[in-house]
Structure formats: C-alpha cells, structure tokens
Design a protein around this ligand. Structure first.
Ligand code: WT7
Length: 653
C-alpha cells in the first residue's frame, strides 16, 4: 500500500451495518451470537470443530480432533476416515439437492451447460474411473492445466475421490512453469485441453503442455479434454502418451465409490510464490481443509438452498479451490462457472451473466472492481442486478472508493460486502465480516472467523496498533507445509515469535473496534491483481540473461492492479540497456512464468542504490518509482546514484 493509500484508509470512518432484513434470515444473526461462538471456538477448539465436523459424512469418526504434539506440524481429526468429494457430491444425492443444479457453466463464446448434483456425480465418477484406468491411485500427483470448463472442477473432484493429489496449474502459466511444478511434484499424469478461449483468441493449451512436459520423465500419460473449437490451432497427440478424455470416458462406468481416506491424507498441492526464486508447493490434506472450507463458505457467504453463487476466480488459484469447488459444493450450492474474460465480447459480460442466471452471491477481486469502475457505470446499469443479495471481495485490501462503487452500483446499497482475507496457506478465509452481523468499514477485513485468534504484533511479539499480523492458534484448514521442504515451511511461517505463532507475511492495523485492516505484504512478495509474485523470482530470471548484471524488482501502486511491478536493471559492461533488451527481458519472464508476471516498466540504470554493506535499498527505489520526496540518503554507499536513477526513471515515464 502506498503512503497515500494508507492515509485514505486511516481516514476511513464510515460504517455499514447489515439491514435487519438480511440479519433476520442469516445463519448467524447477531454480534452477540458471533462473539459467543467465537469465544467458544478459541477456548474449546476441539469441542467446536468436532461439532462442525459432525455435520459432514465420515466413513469412520476421528479419534482425536487436534494433535498439537509436534508444532508447527498440526494434525486434525486423526483416526477419522472421510472423503471431501463424497461430502461435495454423494452426500447430496438422497434429498432434494439431487436434481438441483450444481454447476451452471457458461463458455466464453456463449455456449452453456447445466449439471445437477446427480449429473456432476456421474461425471466425476466416470472421470475417476478414467484416472484409475491410467494407473493413477491414492497418493499419486496429477497436474491439471485446464481452462474453466466443467471438466476442470470434475478433474479436481475425481482426484479427491480416489485420493490422488491434484496440482492445478493456472492456465496462464508458461511451459516452463508447468515443467517446474510437474517435476517438483513428480506428477505421473497431466490433464489438459486441446485449447481454450480467452478474449476471443484460442489458447493452444496442449501445445504449451507438450513443451512443458518434454523433459519430465515422471509423466506417464497426458489426458486431453476436447474443448470443441472448430477453428485451426497448433495441436498434436503423442502416440502412447496422450489420450482423449472423451474416448477413455466412453468405456467407463459412472459409478466409482469414493475412497475411504485418512483425515491427514494429502488432498492437493498448490504452488505459490515466496521470497526466493522458487515457488513452493503448499500442501493441504483431506479432513481439516474439508471442515474449514465447509464452515467458512456456509457462514461467510451465508449459503442457503436457493442461492446462485458465483465466484469469478479461476480454479488455478486457491480461491477457485476453496470457494468455487469445495466450500460451496459441500453446502450444495448452485455454482456459476464462467470460462472467459470479464470484457468479452464487451465490458458488460459479467453483469449479463448475473442477470441471466439470477446470481445472488457474487465474489470477485478488487482489481476487477477497479477495472469495472474505469469501464463505466453504464455496463452494470444496463442489467438487472436485483437478484444479488451478497457481495464479496478477495485478494488484496480494497480501496474505499472501489468499495463504495461496488456497494452502490452493484449491490444497489442493499447487499452486505464481505472483504475476505486469507491466503493459499490458510486454506480458507480467516478474517471477514459475517454478512448478517458485522457492520462493515470500507477497506477492512474486520474480524476473525471462528477458530482464528489473530494479533497484531511487533517483531518482538508485543501487541501493537499497527505491526505484523499473526495467528495464535492452529485451525483445521491451515497448510500442512511445503512439499519436500518442511524446513522452508518452518523458516517462512514460524520463524518469528519463537515458532509460537503463524506469520502470514502481512502488515496490519487494529482499530478501536478491534477491526483488522491489512496493510500489505511485509516481505518481498508483490500482490499484482490479487496474485502473488515474488520479486526474487523475476530477479533470478533477469540475471540469466547474458547482458544483465543485477536487478531489483519492486511493487508500486497501480490504478487497476493494486500493485504493479517495476524492474530496475543494471547491464554488464559493453551491453546496452535499450528497447530491444527490454523486450527480450519481458519475453524471458513470459517464457519462465507467464505474461501476467511481466512488469509495468523496466528501468535501466548504471547502478542500484546500496547501503555500505551492499544491501539494495528497495524502499528508496519505491520512493523514486512512486515519485515521492526522498528521505535520508546518506547511508548509501554512493549517494550520487539517486539523481541518475531519478533521471532514468523520468526519462521513460
Ligand atoms: C495474499 C495471499 C486468498 C486468495 C487470493 C490470494 C493478500 C488476500 C486479502 C484481503 C488484504 C488480502 C494478502 C495475502 N490478500 N486477501 N481481503 N485484504 N489483503 O491468495 O495468492 O495466497 O495471496 O493476498 O497479502 O497474504 P494468495
């Protein structure tokens, strides 16, 4: 957050209580009720969570609710046998939800499909049988690189059903990213599609996968879903390795019993950026994640049988895992899945979808809201949005201006907004208003969810008004660590405060009402459009280029994206920092990560500002890039560098 944004947030005093009409129908109706339940969840977590877990299906009940004998490696529901896919599908088949739409799907070109819970169950069973026919079983890793078609949630649920570990790679990542993730997780199967649609263009996904898995000996098979595109695109099938999903599925039964899995059996891996060059495989297990996503979805989105729920996130990110698939489906919600871009064929597409399917709960990212604001009020105004009753945001702190626009233009001033704070590692929402309870303040994620005991601390562990966010107790949905690197898990999340509290990596402020305001990352991770990018990842890519000597990548305030990246690069003697090199470096980032990780700007400079001990002063680079008054520069080894940096920066502006 820039200083200016911080000032706006500090000055924000408006409060929006939920209407009594909303509260009276909500699952949780009053602050007293919330406080009493929250108190119980903190004082007696085992009692609280075992009651929640009892609402779900278990093949065998657990022996212990929480095993905290080896912190930070907490285990939940040990001894229990369950299956999250069973709880998303089979559990609903005996009652009225059987014929209720589970997925309402809309493709970018306008094709659509509806699947009831019974139909989704059949699809997932068939998919699971296909996986088995390819030799995939419990514990095997399966990489999934699919567009937002029905087969994406189906593939995820099919893995869960047989106990295979899914590793979804967002379909905007490059071949090399696929390779890194496939190799790190040693996936034996990759599921992809021949192609997908994005803003009217064909994404040749299979081709990207082919380049990615070329050197991956672990990959035995590639399963290919046919998107049904008539136009030509680059495509090939490799004899023996590649199989059409529809061909294998044709011979399969649509019955496949859900595997009886141990509570702590691994459910999925999802890679996310950290402070080093190497993304980390965040691990989640069956039961704890299941119980936590079930309850957060139920209470934060106040899910009711008649709701039509739309989370606009891609399944490739944690939001899509927890709140497009697992949370809402355990609650038997009707989930809208949209394949394409918000601005295709025009800027009104999202609102047309809300009108068409009578969406009642809408969950999106602040960056999208800011884009809508920019595109103009006429697009939402043209559509009937009266079906909406609840709005949500996720991914970054929302600026009050966007919050108010969302509240007025989309919510018609009647819909509560839940600003949900969480991360890949937390598995589910940890801070959020409850829509029938919490008076909201634009820009604040407000209060902790049940079982979450947050504190704002100094480095030394003292409680302060503004400092570093911590969580003082384990909760069921928390990550079980980093795949293949539990030392890194301890170092990253449990290094502060003697390993006693979880450290999410965000700065925070607690106000007089106890509301928490997230102030942004305190590590070298930048939140671009709600997606985490490690500055070290880009820096290590740049120095692979023969003409680059050194680089420092920083995050700067960005009107739409929240934060954008600016890369400061110094070139080796004899090389030129020019347009050509700039393009080459951008191409390198697109090749190694994906286009979405390209910086706003590359600034070439003869040197970088460093302290006498050689540490790059990033704060100073941020000040330069955001055009701020520069503070004391006398600690610099070479203070004269500041002027030349400013010149370089202004030249390209
Ligand atoms: C980081 C996690 C959670 C799913 C999407 C991103 C930031 C997320 C909020 C919010 C302020 C937020 C944090 C967090 N963040 N939601 N409501 N208010 N900041 O998941 O890629 O794991 O990123 O996103 O910085 O640490 P992720």
């Amino acid at each position: 957050m820039s200083d200016q944004q911080m000032d706006t947030v500090l000055a924000e005093t408006r409060k929006f209580p939920p209407s009594s009409e909303f509260s009276s129908k909500a699952h949780i109706k009053s602050m007293e009720e919330y406080q009493a339940l929250h108190k119980r969840s903190i004082e007696d977590p085992e009692g609280f969570w075992s009651e929640v877990a009892s609402e779900l299906h278990w093949f065998k009940e657990w022996d212990t609710v929480l095993n905290d004998s080896e912190p930070p490696f907490f285990k939940w529901f040990e001894g229990g046998k369950t299956n999250i896919c069973y709880n998303c599908l089979d559990r609903h088949l005996d009652g009225p939800n059987r014929d209720k739409p589970a997925i309402v799907w809309e493709g970018e070109p306008g094709d659509s499909a509806t699947l009831t819970y019974a139909e989704l169950h059949s699809l997932v069973c068939r998919f699971a049988n296909v996986l088995k026919s390819l030799g995939v079983g419990k514990g095997d890793r399966v990489a999934i690189y699919l567009p937002m078609v029905v087969e994406l949630p189906a593939a995820v649920l099919a893995c869960a059903r047989i106990g295979a570990v899914h590793n979804v790679v967002f379909a905007g990542f490059s071949s090399e990213s696929i390779k890194d993730r496939v190799l790190d997780s040693q996936a034996k199967l990759v599921i992809t599609a021949d192609a997908g649609w994005r803003r009217g263009k064909i994404l040749a996904l299979k081709e990207i996968v082919d380049a990615g898995v070329e050197e991956c000996d672990c990959v035995e098979n590639v399963l290919v879903v046919k998107r049904g595109i008539e136009e030509e695109f680059a495509f090939s099938m490799k004899e023996g390795r590649d199989h059409w999903y529809h061909e294998l599925a044709a011979g399969q039964s649509d019955d496949c019993p859900a595997e009886e899995l141990d509570a702590e059996d691994m459910l999925f891996l999802l890679y996310t950026s950290g402070t080093t060059g190497k993304p980390k495989g965040i691990m989640h297990t069956q039961a704890g994640y299941m119980v936590y996503t079930y309850l957060t979805a139920k209470y934060v989105f106040d899910l009711k049988p008649e709701d039509v729920y739309w989370c606009t996130a891609d399944v490739g990110w944690i939001t899509g895992h927890s709140y497009l698939i697992y949370g809402p489906m355990q609650n038997a919600a009707t989930v809208v899945v949209y394949e394409g871009a918000p601005n295709w064929p025009d800027n009104g597409r999202f609102w047309e979808i809300v009108e068409k399917y009578k969406v009642s709960i809408f969950y999106t990212a602040p960056t999208a809201i800011r884009a809508f604001m920019k595109w103009g009020d006429e697009f939402p105004q043209k559509c009937d949005l009266s079906s909406l009753r609840l709005l949500g945001t996720v991914g970054e702190a929302i600026n009050p201006e966007a919050w108010i626009w969302y509240h007025e233009l989309i919510g018609g001033k009647r819909c509560p907004i839940v600003d949900t704070y969480w991360q890949t590692e937390t598995g589910g929402i940890i801070l959020s208003p409850l829509p029938g309870v919490t008076p909201t303040k634009p820009g604040s994620a407000t209060l902790p969810f049940f079982g979450i005991d947050p504190a704002v601390l100094t480095d030394g562990g003292e409680e302060v008004r503004a400092g570093i966010l911590s969580v003082r107790q384990p909760w069921p949905g928390m990550t079980r660590g980093i795949w293949g690197d539990q030392e890194r898990y301890k170092d990253t999340y449990w290094c502060k405060w003697d390993g006693k509290y979880y450290f999410p990596g965000d700065g925070a402020r607690k106000d007089e009402d106890g509301y928490i305001w997230i102030l942004g990352r305190v590590d070298d991770v930048v939140n671009v459009s709600g997606h985490r990018i490690g500055t070290a990842e880009l820096e290590s890519i740049y120095v692979e280029h023969p003409s680059v000597a050194e680089s420092a990548v920083i995050g700067v305030a960005h009107e739409i994206k929240g934060q954008g990246l600016v890369s400061f690069v110094t070139v080796r003697q004899g090389f030129e920092g020019d347009e050509t090199l700039s393009k080459a470096l951008n191409a390198l980032v697109a090749q190694k990560i994906g286009k979405f990780a390209m910086p706003e700007r590359i600034v070439f400079s003869p040197d970088l500002p460093k302290t006498r001990s050689g540490k790059i002063m990033r704060r100073l680079l941020r000040d330069i890039a955001e055009g701020r008054e520069l503070g004391n520069v006398t600690t610099l080894a070479d203070p004269s560098i500041v002027e030349s940096l400013q010149d370089q920066f202004n030249k390209g502006a």
